[in-house]
Design a protein around this ligand. Structure first.
Ligand code: NAP
Length: 308
C-alpha cells in the first residue's frame, strides 16, 4: 500500500508531539509505528522493575504502564523513569479484576512478572548455621507463604485473573515471565514452602495463557542473578534441557531485555522457551534477539507434566 504524503503545519499528536506520525525534512507527515502501550505487572519486583525501566527508557517504541501491588512501590517506579500517572495498583489477593481492568484499559500488550514470594522461617536458620559450624549434615532453610499469597493464589489464580482481564481489555500479546523446571513435578522448587508446588501452578497458568487465544510468549529463565545485563551470550532451548548445563543462571536484566524485545518480534509470538546465560567472556553477548529466537525451531511441549 502506498502512503500519501500529507502537508502538516505542526506535528500531529502524542509524546514529543510525534507519536504515530513524524514530520520529514520537507514538512510532510510520515507514518511511523505508534509507541506500543504495554502494561507490566509485578512492576516493583526485581525483574518487573527492570522491564518497566527499559520500557520507560524507550519512549519512541513503548508507552509503559506499571502495575504494583500497593502504593508504597510508586516512588521506586517513578525513580526508574515511569511517569507517576502510569503507575497503577492491583493486589492479586484482593480480588483485583476491577483493578486490572482499569490498569489494562487501552493497552496492547502485557508483561506478567508477578510471582508468589516465599517467606523465610527464621528459626529454620538455626540448624543451617549449626551444620555449618559443626561440619555436620547440611540442613536447608525453610519457607512459608503469607496468607492469601500462596503459589496457587498468586501464580495460578492471580495470573489467570490477569490473562482474563487482558483479554477483556483487548490486549493482544502477553509475555509471561515464568520459570524453568516445569516439566518435573519432583523439582525441588515444588517442595518450597510446605510443598507449595510453585512450578506446577505456574505451568497451569502457562497452559491457560496458551489456551486463551491471545498471542503469547512464555519465558522460562534459569536461576535469576542480579548482575549487569547485555554482557552475556543467551542460550535458548525447550523442556528443561538446559537444566543439565554447568551454568544455568541468567541476570534479571537479560530476562527483562528479552521480555521487552519479544514485544516487537514475530519470532517471539506463540513461543514458550527456556533461557540461560553463559558466563561473561564465554561466547558473544546476545544483541540480535530475533536471531536467538528464530534459531530455535522447537516450542516447549505441554503434554509433558500437563496441568490442565
Ligand atoms: P520478585 O522480585 O519476587 O517479584 C515478584 C513480584 O510479584 C513483586 O513485585 C510482588 O509485589 C509481585 N506480587 C506478589 N504477590 C502479589 C500480589 N498478591 N499482587 C500483586 N503483585 C504481587 O520476582 P523475581 O525474583 O524478579 O522473579 C521474576 C519471575 O521469575 C518470577 O515468576 C519468578 O518465580 C521467576 N523465576 C525466579 C527464579 C529465581 O532464581 N528466583 C528463577 C527462575 C524464574 P511486591 O513488589 O509488592 O512484593
Amino acid at each position: 500500500m502506498q502512503s500519501v504524503p500529507v502537508r502538516c503545519a505542526r506535528p500531529a499528536f502524542g509524546q514529543n508531539g510525534l507519536r504515530g506520525r513524524s514530520a520529514n525534512a520537507r514538512g510532510y507527515a510520515v507514518k511511523v509505528d505508534a509507541a506500543l502501550k504495554v502494561a507490566v505487572t509485578g512492576a516493583a519486583g526485581r525483574t518487573g522493575s527492570l522491564v518497566a525501566q527499559k520500557l520507560a527508557q524507550r519512549k519512541e517504541d513503548f508507552d509503559v504502564r506499571a502495575i504494583v501491588r500497593n502504593s508504597s512501590s510508586k516512588p521506586k517506579l517513578t525513580a526508574l523513569g515511569v511517569p507517576e500517572a502510569a503507575v497503577f495498583e492491583a493486589d492479586i489477593s484482593q480480588g483485583s479484576g476491577a483493578a486490572f481492568a482499569k490498569a489494562f484499559a487501552g493497552c496492547e500488550a502485557l508483561v506478567i512478572a508477578t510471582s508468589g514470594v516465599p517467606v523465610l522461617k527464621p528459626l529454620s536458620l538455626i540448624p543451617v548455621m549449626w551444620a555449618k559450624i559443626t561440619g555436620g549434615k547440611p540442613a536447608m532453610p525453610e519457607f512459608s507463604w503469607k496468607e492469601g499469597q500462596t503459589p496457587e493464589q498468586v501464580d495460578w489464580l492471580g495470573q489467570k485473573a490477569q490473562i482474563d482481564a487482558a483479554k477483556a481489555a483487548g490486549i493482544k500479546h502477553v509475555v509471561l515471565v515464568s520459570s524453568m523446571g516445569g516439566t518435573d513435578p519432583s523439582n525441588n522448587l515444588n517442595k518450597l514452602g510446605d510443598n507449595g508446588n510453585i512450578l506446577q501452578w505456574k505451568r497451569k497458568a502457562e497452559q491457560y495463557l496458551i489456551a486463551s487465544g491471545l498471542k503469547y510468549t512464555i519465558i522460562h529463565p534459569g536461576g535469576l542473578i542480579d548482575k549487569p545485563d547485555g554482557e552475556r551470550q543467551l542460550v535458548v532451548d525447550v523442556d528443561d534441557k538446559l537444566i543439565n548445563q554447568p551454568v544455568r543462571s541468567i541476570p534479571r536484566g537479560d530476562v527483562a531485555e528479552l521480555s521487552v524485545q519479544c514485544l516487537k518480534l514475530k519470532s517471539a509470538v506463540n513461543r514458550s522457551i527456556d533461557v540461560i546465560a553463559r558466563n561473561p567472556g564465554d561466547g558473544t553477548p546476545t544483541k540480535d534477539f530475533d536471531a536467538l529466537l528464530s534459531g530455535l525451531k522447537a516450542n516447549c511441549d505441554y503434554s509433558i507434566n500437563s496441568q490442565m
